[in-house]
Design a protein around this ligand. Sequence first.
Ligand code: SF4
Ligand code: SF4
Length: 482
Amino acid sequence: MESLRRSRYTLMSDLAIGGQRLLLHGVTGAMDEVADQVGAFLKDTSLSVEEGVQKYNISQETLRVMEERGYLTKLAEDQERQRVGKYITKLHTLKLENCASFMIVVTYLCNLRCHYCFQKPLVEADGKRLFSDLISVEMVDAAFAAMAQLIKQKRARHNLELFGGEPLLARNRPVVQYIIEQARERNFSVTATSNSTDLHHYEDLLGPGGIEKIQVTIDGAPEMHDKIRIYPSGKGSFESISDNISRALDRGVVINLRINIAKYNIQQLPTIVEHIQQKGWAKYENFAAGLAEVHYIGIQDDRSKELSHLELIDSVAALDAPYFTKKALVRGVFGRHFNYFPGQPPAPKFDTCFCNAMQGHYVFDPYGNVYTCTEDVGFERARVGTYYPGALQFDALRLKGWHERTVANLPDCPSCEYLQVCGGGCARNALLDTGDAWTSYCTDFKAYFQKVLTLLYEDYKSSDGPDPAVLGLSSMVTACKS
Ligand code: SF4
Ligand code: SF4
């Protein structure tokens, strides 16, 4: 017992309910409910474990279980940190050796003009349109040849995501159809990130065996959306997007609805949920929705309309909305960090790094370039190689820079209890914000996650089993988490 020490990776809910608290271990992934006095014992670092056992009356059996779950350890602080570093690196290497995901940028052109578009500096300069090419059939063939080289698990079904600009413009259909045919031959699934304004031109290509999943974004209730997600003429796009979501759901496409949130539309969330209900989307098993904060980083200096993570969860929790709506929205935020089904214990989602860009994601653009970061495609700073003309070639140093950006290698993360729930923060935003992608980009993550833990614990304790306040809201599995 003398040699036991409190692990530095224990996370605890600030809130105690009915004399109990929620504990989470940031490395082992253990999640437990413990008596408040056990929580107080773990928190009270002014006392040694031995002294704490006396003061808080902790049994030998409790000590044994806490050691088994990782909350107590016999390792010295340095040894624990080193072991965690080795574990994360090994896990990450295994992922890199086994996982690969792919994206094709069909074109950088888009038919909409959202004011916060991260590709704005790329496609517009001095009022002129740049980067307006469509990917060619030869490039598609070269991209598939490159993917074949990068795939390690030959028998696994891989995914190819279509991205833009807007990949599913009506005029892109011939090359998109070619990509889908090539993907089918290779047993790839095909998904897309699409504004879905032209989706009706792809009706026969939607659903199993075609485009199986689409991430679609809305920017608020119809009126607000129509001021933001606009055509060059200034006309809004809500109705066509909404109609096409219904069309795609009917054809069996999995729709991930991304609800963009900033200070100007946070109060509209209940109206958005009402729209989802009125349309009947929530009844489809292939429908899910999640909230995503609008970022202006790299687009404009004025970021006053942005909501931080913490502001988002605080605002959602404070919404004056019906019970059903509020619960559904709060659970939508949990989905980013936990697999959570009301009535069942939550299971935390862990990762060795922040996003797919660090673990085998490759993006092929219509200029023959390869990237890893979805939001930085087209920018020279993020280019890691080329695939056309000629064979796939990487800039080894640049690629290594992405693949090694794990929580084991960032400056502050190896000692942080949030390491595997946070992942070290977005590399692109860290670079644009601080000038160094290798910064541990904490933002307000710790306070935000603590709030999530508290709300989750309240939700878990107050629910007797499955209830209707879920609405299909869940996390969206996307390459980019920024
Ligand atoms: S970025 Fe900050 S909060 Fe996230 S794991 Fe690293 S040190 Fe912890
Ligand atoms: S989360 Fe950040 S680093 Fe990852 S793909 Fe998105 S912008 Fe790039």
